[in-house]
Design a protein around this ligand. Structure first.
Ligand SMILES: Cc1cc2nc3c(=O)[nH]c(=O)nc-3n(C[C@H](O)[C@H](O)[C@H](O)COP(=O)(O)OP(=O)(O)OC[C@H]3O[C@@H](n4cnc5c(N)ncnc54)[C@H](O)[C@@H]3O)c2cc1C
Length: 434
């Protein structure tokens, strides 16, 4: 079968990899494969499009990723921190309570134990109060989540929370408040990262086995024929028996004619945030023992910093250091209206003000902007998705990937979905991930 894979990010490359028994062709808009899993380089400094680590509860897929990266993979024990009231608090917050001042510890503990909030009915905010109590909710989880989602958690649904946001056992909270060591969110306590080449190595290693990749091919039109599909960039047409779309749903919609109005409205109603990543290259760094630092303060525009020196990989010239700041935005908001220079200035000045760097040590800067960064799981969005997916099923387009399926998928889940799709297309449920 001739299969057209639309988009050359991780979903595109892993789908083509698992479908290698077919005549597969990947069409990618840009001059490099990778999508969100690209690693950008500038004058000897490099960084991922947002801090990426490899971890998974899905043992089969984790083993697959580690095996593919064999010889170029290192393991780490997490040391992430939350920057709260000018001090470091161990991540997740509920496992680092002893670092707070006494009044904050008391409020977190008191409201966790005396929690009057009932079971959540509709939204994420109710879930936060019910699960953590008013103290942890109002000091950390609500302000942090507002910052990343750019909306009040009361507008977010419940379906995505289970399994993603940690639910702490009571003894952990009490131990953490009195200073006994505990670790939360254990499925990513140990994680992996490529020794060379950044997260892009994961896509590159799959791409080695994909025979046909057409770069600089921006798909503009997709149309059904009697025997299959035609994709076009406006100049050149490619014919396929079947297609797998890994492009963001709104982009796919723009390529199709005769889509029913209810589907157009459904896709247009889906919310998502863009993400901007700012890289700061430094001569000196003040600490090397932390990777991700989550920043709660609402006056600081970024929600997360990543200190790449922690990874001991090849992100900077010898003796130098790479740090990134991540900011989410949606079109028209304050961040989206700031220029690159303003954003970089904000990152450097606030990092200096908080004592993370000296601005005199900055030797390089860079910025990337991904329009599709995070799916925002608004209330009821799963029903909308169901309608959309039924439609694409009915016309025979396979959807696979983070913004093609419009789900908060990490690399492991993207590879899992690509693998399961290949099993389905091959009609081979016992096919192994290798
Ligand atoms: C900030 C951030 C941090 C993350 N951190 C982690 C992490 O720590 N661990 C982890 O496991 N996962 C992480 N992820 C998730 C991971 O990056 C994604 O799951 C994965 O990269 C999604 O791959 P994809 O192929 O589905 O989508 P994409 O990477 O978006 O790929 C889609 C591809 O389609 C192409 N395309 C779009 N339109 C067209 C067109 N018209 N014509 C041709 N091509 C087109 C794009 O150029 C792109 O290459 C993170 C994601 C973000 C945004």
């Amino acid at each position: 079968m001739k299969i057209g894979v639309l988009g050359g990010g991780l979903a595109g490359m892993s789908s083509a990899y698992f479908l290698k028994n077919h005549d597969c062709e990947v069409l990618e808009e840009f001059s490099r494969i990778g999508g969100h899993c690209k690693t950008k380089k500038k004058n000897g400094f490099s960084y991922d499009m947002g801090g990426h680590i490899i971890f998974s509860r899905d043992k089969e897929i984790l083993n697959f990723m580690l095996k593919k990266l064999e010889g170029n993979i290192k393991s780490y024990y997490r040391n992430n921190q939350i920057w709260f009231k000018k001090r470091f608090v161990k991540y997740p917050f509920e496992n680092g309570l002893h670092a707070l001042d006494k009044e904050d510890i008391f409020e977190c503990l008191y409201y966790f134990v005396n929690n009057s909030y009932g079971k959540p009915k509709t939204n994420f905010k109710e879930w936060i109060y019910y699960t953590f109590g008013k103290g942890i909710a109002e000091k950390y989880l609500i302000p942090y989540n507002k910052k990343i989602w750019k909306t009040d958690p009361e507008n977010l649904g419940l379906d995505w929370v289970e399994g993603r946001v940690p639910k702490p056992p009571a003894e952990d909270i009490i131990k953490s408040a009195i200073g006994m060591n505990t670790e939360g969110y254990t499925h990513q306590l140990n994680f992996w990262y490529p020794g060379r080449g950044g997260i892009e190595s994961l896509v590159a290693v799959l791409g080695k086995d994909v025979k046909k990749i057409i770069l600089n091919y921006k798909i503009k039109k997709i149309r059904k024929t009697q025997s299959g599909w035609i994709a076009s960039n406006g100049k050149d047409e490619r014919c396929y028996d079947s297609i797998v779309s890994t492009m963001p749903l709104p982009e796919l919609l723009g390529c199709l004619d005769n889509v029913p109005k209810n589907i157009i409205d459904a896709i247009n109603s889906l919310r998502y945030n863009g993400v901007i990543v700012i890289m700061i290259g430094l001569n000196k760094i003040k600490f090397t023992d932390k990777f991700a630092v989550y920043v709660v303060d609402e006056d600081i525009l970024y929600h997360r910093l990543c200190f790449y020196t922690f990874l001991h990989a090849d992100h900077a010239p010898p003796g130098k250091h790479t740090v990134t700041a991540e900011l989410t935005y949606f079109p028209g908001d304050k961040i989206s209206r700031m220029s690159s220079e303003e954003l970089i200035r904000h990152v450097i000045s606030t990092m200096e003000q908080e004592g993370f760097i000296d601005s005199g040590d900055v030797v390089e800067t860079d910025i990337v902007n991904a329009r599709y960064g995070y799916v925002v799981n608004t209330i009821g969005y799963l029903d909308t998705l169901k309608t959309i997916r039924q439609y694409f099923d009915s016309i025979g387009i396979h959807l696979c990937g983070r913004f093609a399926e419009f789900e908060y998928l990490n690399t492991d889940a993207v590879i899992r979905h690509s693998f399961d799709l290949a099993r389905k297309i091959n009609n081979n449920p016992s096919m192994a991930a290798e």
